[in-house]
Design a protein around this ligand. Structure first.
Ligand code: ZN
Length: 430
């Protein structure tokens, strides 16, 4: 077995590039695929017959991607080692009839996707990105990565209570971005603009999945640049680290089949054909077993020996709100990855999962921290319990502690991303 690759600050620099280039799940998947291709992985179509050859392969379905590396000589019952993550982040998404406006303003009608910190979307310069589906059924990524839209906050003179009673935002009325001026708003204006920007002919687009993003690039922050501010760390930080880890271990003779599973729709419950609560991952793993000549028995043996690390962000202790955290579990920024525990199965971790994670951290020579919610606060959840229940796969919830989760611009440590990547390498190598 090769020595674990050691990632450092260069990994975090690369994360900044990945975050900036991935304003939608579709972009995150395309950028992940590009990195996999560079490492020798090849895309397989779900509609094709699969063969049992060794090497790196991946499947793309919408905003989800599953990649795996079959080592030379892997048996049909060889277990998998999976890193699970999600590609989606809370944001504002374009409605079916987007063209609206009032009082001389041109506006875009948006829905709220997931649970964003709504205030964080105010007074930011916003771009527009996502996927266009053309009349011929093909899809095209689009990314207007310049200040195009803004959700302007009401001036304090017109909302004196904001300082004493807090900001109150109505999701329907107060979050519709402006994108210019004009009294002549017509149906089709926004899509016609995107067709023009994408070099398409008018009327070519017949479907769209579009969302807004902050165009402010990620940046190091702090006295010693020990922090990283940027968008969508929840959870592209994990997608990026898992991709780096999978490409680092591929090519070696491994005791397990390493897998990356990056799902869409975690932020609204994972119930879709590209979400963790769908059959995507199980189908890919099963087909991989059968393509290598395996039987149902081989699949059952492989799944029984499989472990999934579900990696997502968690809460670092906030200096201004320390009482909201458990008094003795205080994950710190740059203190290493976190092990997420909840006895009521909001996280899938148990004692045996802890041991798997602790062993990977030890092999990688990386410290880890434990996260548990304050008993008086409802605990968040992620794809871990869903993956465990849906596929009967032993799963451990882990991740990186950040501040401002679900803000348009989150905050993490500059070291934690590469510490996580190093642990994922050790885990995938077994
Ligand atoms: Zn998340």
């Amino acid at each position: 077995m090769s020595e674990p690759s050691r990632f450092d600050r260069g990994h975090t620099d690369d994360l900044m590039t990945f975050l900036a280039a991935s304003p939608s799940p579709y972009h995150a998947v395309a950028n992940t695929a590009e990195r996999l291709e560079k490492a020798g992985f090849r895309q397989v179509a779900e509609t094709d017959a699969w063969d049992g050859t060794s090497g790196g392969k991946y499947v793309v379905r919408g905003g989800a991607i599953v990649a795996w590396y079959v080592p030379e000589g892997a048996a049909p019952h060889t277990p998998f080692r999976i890193v699970g993550a999600h590609t989606d982040s809370p944001n504002l998404r374009v409605k079916p009839l987007p063209d609206s406006g009032a009082h001389g303003w041109r506006q875009v009608a948006v829905e709220i996707y997931g649970g964003p910190l709504l205030n964080s979307w105010l007074d930011r310069d916003l771009g527009l990105a996502g996927r266009l589906t053309l009349r011929d059924g093909s899809t095209r990524l689009v990314n207007i990565d310049r200040p195009l839209l803004r959700v302007p906050q009401l001036a304090i003179h017109l909302d004196r209570a904001v300082s004493s009673e807090g900001l109150k935002l109505d999701k329907q009325r107060h979050l519709q971005p402006v994108w210019g001026l004009g009294d002549d708003v017509r149906d089709g204006d926004l899509i016609a603009f995107l067709e023009q920007e994408s070099g398409l002919t008018a009327g070519e687009v017949s479907g769209w999945d579009l969302m807004v993003h902050s165009v402010e690039p990620p940046a190091y922050l702090g006295r010693d640049r020990e922090l990283l501010a940027g968008p969508r760390m929840d959870n592209l930080l994990s997608v990026h680290a898992a991709t780096a880890a999978l490409t680092a271990v591929s090519g070696g003779g491994l005791p397990y089949i390493p897998v990356l599973a990056a799902f869409d729709h975690e932020e609204n419950g994972s119930q879709s054909d590209t979400g963790a609560d769908g059959p995507l991952l199980g189908g890919v793993l099963e087909r991989s077993v059968f393509a290598r000549g395996g039987s149902y028995e081989d699949k059952a043996r492989a799944f029984a020996g499989t472990v999934c690390l579900s990696s997502d962000t968690g809460h670092a202790v906030h200096p201004n709100y320390a009482e909201r955290h458990d008094p003795t579990h205080h994950p710190r920024i740059n203190g290493g990855p976190i092990l997420k525990v909840n006895v009521n199965n909001r996280y899938a971790t148990d004692g045996s999962g802890r041991a798997v994670f602790a062993a990977a951290c030890e092999r990688a020579d990386v410290p880890f921290q434990s996260f548990v919610s304050n008993n008086s606060m409802p605990c968040g959840t992620t794809i871990g319990p869903i993956t465990a229940a849906r596929h009967g796969i032993r799963t451990v919830d882990i991740g990186v502690a950040i501040l401002s989760m679900h803000s348009a611009r989150e905050l993490c440590g500059a070291d934690d991303p590469f510490l996580l990547a190093n642990v994922l390498v050790a885990f995938l190598e077994g």
